[in-house]
Design a protein around this ligand. Structure first.
Ligand code: MRU
Length: 393
């Protein structure tokens, strides 16, 4: 059975993903990125069409992979990394030479600056292929990209297991009532290869019969919460409510939030967390209301070379995203309308940084660490850089 409304750009039905996958679209397990049946082109869920249409697009060259990242057809730190890895494979399939590899790296690296997973994936695939004879590079790059995707699924599942413990603990303190979880942006399966990071504990809890309810921040300007997280949760049957971004503080004051769980695009070795703009304000409100604030961070999102938060590059996106809103009319047409007066200036910083002091814990695939260099280094001793050799604090 195909997921509802699942068709490719040419209107043809396509088989759903075959690998093991756990989050469901209309009852069918699905991954956000996978290899086409032809064995070389890459399929992605076009996230710009959601929640109105479930479209699967095909990437056939590195330029298309770069465009998909830049235009946010794929988005979310881990998925950006996996797409970049497949982008390198597509480039090497077309031309396995050194110059082609270097060009593809530069192109992909320039797409979005904040998610460190992008550089991580490019470094990893490049290191795996560059010493090989040209005839072997493309196949090795595909192998590396597939491994990155598979490992992402497993890492997120492990994050889910660790986070599930937190949710069970909260549930035991309010028998008969749902655990109220607030999340910001989309750190769901769409933002990763499967499971999501912030959503993995939620899916596992729901599947285990632990009652949860999710407050979904709409996440202006691109509405990743309202359009993507809400869609994901609805498809999986998880109770949720969409709220405007500014409602979080009010809900926390009224005791309607038990825990916040968000994702991250780049967490420094000292535990400072860059995530979708607005995350910081939620952390401040959570601190003021004594509500635990957790960040779900796979190790691929941790920048081990950076301690200070000011060095994290914050993406500035086009003002049109703030000035205009896209949606479906009552007549079923997808339209974009302008919501600001002509001539007003617009700024669109896409991320902010939540200082480590405001973070209760970082949920990684190896367990939960306090947001500190020492605790993260204990979980990942092989990754930690000796103090003093990383970026300034
Ligand atoms: O601009 P986006 O939509 O790519 O931003 C995504 C986020 O901020 C996510 O929270 C983050 O990438 C973690 S995804 C598991």
């Amino acid at each position: 059975m195909l997921p509802r409304r699942h068709r490719d750009r040419n209107g043809r039905g396509k088989a759903a993903i075959r690998r093991t996958s756990s989050v469901k679209v209309n009852g069918v397990p699905f991954r956000s990125i996978f290899l086409d049946e032809d064995g070389w082109s890459v399929r992605i869920v076009d996230q710009t069409a959601l929640p109105h249409e479930f479209l699967v697009s095909r990437l056939t060259d590195v330029a298309a992979a770069a465009r998909a990242i830049m235009e946010m057809k794929v988005r979310g730190a881990p998925l950006i990394g996996a797409t970049a890895a497949y982008g390198l494979a597509l480039a090497l399939r077309a031309d396995p030479g050194d110059a082609s590899l270097a060009r593809a790296r530069v192109l992909l690296d320039s797409t979005r600056p904040t998610a460190v997973n992008l550089r991580w994936a490019l470094d990893r695939v490049s290191a795996q292929v560059s010493h090989l004879p040209e005839s072997e590079r493309a196949s090795e790059a595909y192998r590396a990209a597939a491994a990155i995707a598979d490992e992402d699924v497993e890492r997120n599942r492990q994050i889910g297991e660790h986070g599930l413990g937190l949710i069970r603990d909260l549930a035991s303190r309010k028998p008969g009532d749902a655990v109220e979880i607030l999340t910001h942006c989309n750190a769901g399966w769409l933002a990763t290869v499967d499971w999501g990071t912030a959503t993995a504990p939620i899916y596992l809890a729901h599947d285990a019969g632990v009652s949860v309810h999710v407050w979904v921040d709409e996440t202006r300007p691109r509405n990743q919460g309202a359009s993507l997280t809400a869609w994901e949760l609805a498809e999986h049957g998880v109770p949720h409510t969409v709220v405007v971004d500014n409602a979080g503080g009010h809900l926390m004051q009224r005791g309607q939030v038990d825990v916040c769980i968000v994702g991250t695009d780049r967490t420094t070795a000292a535990g400072h967390v860059a995530n979708k703009v607005g995350t910081y304000l939620k952390a401040l409100a959570a601190r003021d209301n004594h509500i635990p604030f957790y960040v779900a961070a796979p190790s691929s999102s941790i920048d081990w070379g950076l301690t200070g938060w000011r060095e994290i590059p914050i993406e500035e996106r086009p003002g049109a995203e703030v000035a205009r809103v896209r949606g479906r009319t009552d007549h079923g047409r997808i339209e974009t309308v302008t919501v600001i007066p002509p001539g007003s200036q617009v700024a669109n910083p896409a991320f902010d940084v939540t200082p480590a002091e405001l973070v209760t814990g970082i949920i990684t695939e190896r367990g939960i660490a306090t947001a500190s260099r020492e605790a993260l280094a204990r979980l990942f001793p092989e990754k930690a850089t000796p103090r003093g050799t990383e970026g300034s604090a």
